[in-house]
Design a protein around this ligand. Structure first.
Ligand code: G
Ligand code: G
Ligand code: MN
Length: 255
């Protein structure tokens, strides 16, 4: 397809970008999530879902994932070198990535090449993928963990995880799906479910990051129920690396 040819071109010629969304713990930065952005020369912004689907269909998924990890590491090392205090960068992986026999090398090679530690990188994997009881996925997840790469369970609450075995999964934190957060002000059900999910997270000793926080009321509800970590447009949209750096410098001088 045309999009396929353009994606090959973008991968080869630096047409892709990562934006970074802060994950805040109170006033402090917990980490940033790297989110893929593609500004197509004629079609404009291509949604990441469409981009990853296209990559899947035309055999470019591995190359795209490797680009994302490499670029996130390159950027992280650049921030480190210039004293920009970003504790950690997380990248989103798909189920198929966890089936790659070389996945561990895809992650550790750029980390090493840029002089980073495994603790500088985290991986987000959707609940439905991690809880699919696919032994290959589980093995890869355990391998990541053994290497010291933190694993976040993405879209928590949407993948029907077995709650009896959640504590056995190699997971370091939970990311509450933004759909629950969106309905905080309008749905008693959403509020009840969030309280229950926070109880589960606390009971298992897992930090929980609320995604998609857009309003003060949502933020206040989450805080009141013990949710210390938040990500969303209220705090900051995903930003280009220079824009994130400006934000952090302003926050630093304001403090
Ligand atoms: O970035 P939003 O801003 O639009 O992302 C939409 C969806 O695309 C999310 O589910 C997000 O996890 C996914 N996504 C964003 N960046 C990447 C990426 O680099 N790799 C993969 N596999 N998914 C990504
Ligand atoms: O699937 P995943 O959770 O990785 O994707 C995160 C998605 O949430 C990205 O598409 C990102 O751009 C989007 N996002 C981040 N903050 C907000 C927000 O405050 N509101 C909404 N609606 N989406 C958000
Ligand atoms: Mn994510």
């Amino acid at each position: 397809s045309l999009l396929e040819a353009d994606l090959r071109q973008a991968l080869a010629a630096g047409g892709l970008a990562l934006h970074y969304q802060p994950q805040m713990q109170g006033g402090g930065l917990h980490g940033v999530e790297a989110l893929l952005r593609w500004q197509h020369p004629t079609l404009g912004a291509i949604a990441p879902e469409r981009l990853t689907r296209t990559a899947d269909e035309c055999g470019l998924r591995a190359e795209l994932t490797r680009w994302v990890v490499g670029e996130a590491c390159r950027q992280m090392a650049d921030w480190r070198a210039r004293g920009v205090a970003v504790p950690r960068v997380s990248v989103n992986l798909q189920g198929a990535d966890l089936h790659e026999p070389e996945l561990m090398q895809w992650l550790t090679q750029p980390l090493g090449a840029h002089g980073l530690q495994t603790a500088d990188l985290a991986v987000e994997i959707a609940e439905d993928v991690l809880c699919s009881s696919d032994p290959v996925v589980l093995n890869s997840a355990h391998a990541l963990r053994r290497h010291g790469i933190a694993l976040a369970l993405d879209s928590f609450g949407t993948g029907c995880c077995n709650l009896g075995t959640l504590h056995l999964l190699p997971v370091d934190e939970l990311k509450l799906d933004g759909g629950f957060v969106r309905d905080i002000e309008t749905s008693a059900t959403a509020r009840a479910l969030i309280r229950a999910m926070l109880h589960i997270a606390h009971g298992l000793g897992l930090p929980l990051v609320a995604e998609g926080v857009e309003t003060r009321a949502q933020q206040q509800f989450l805080r009141a129920h013990g949710c210390a970590l938040a990500q969303g447009h209220l705090l900051s949209p995903p930003l280009s690396a220079p824009a994130l750096e400006r934000l952090l410098r302003e926050a630093g001088t304001a403090a």
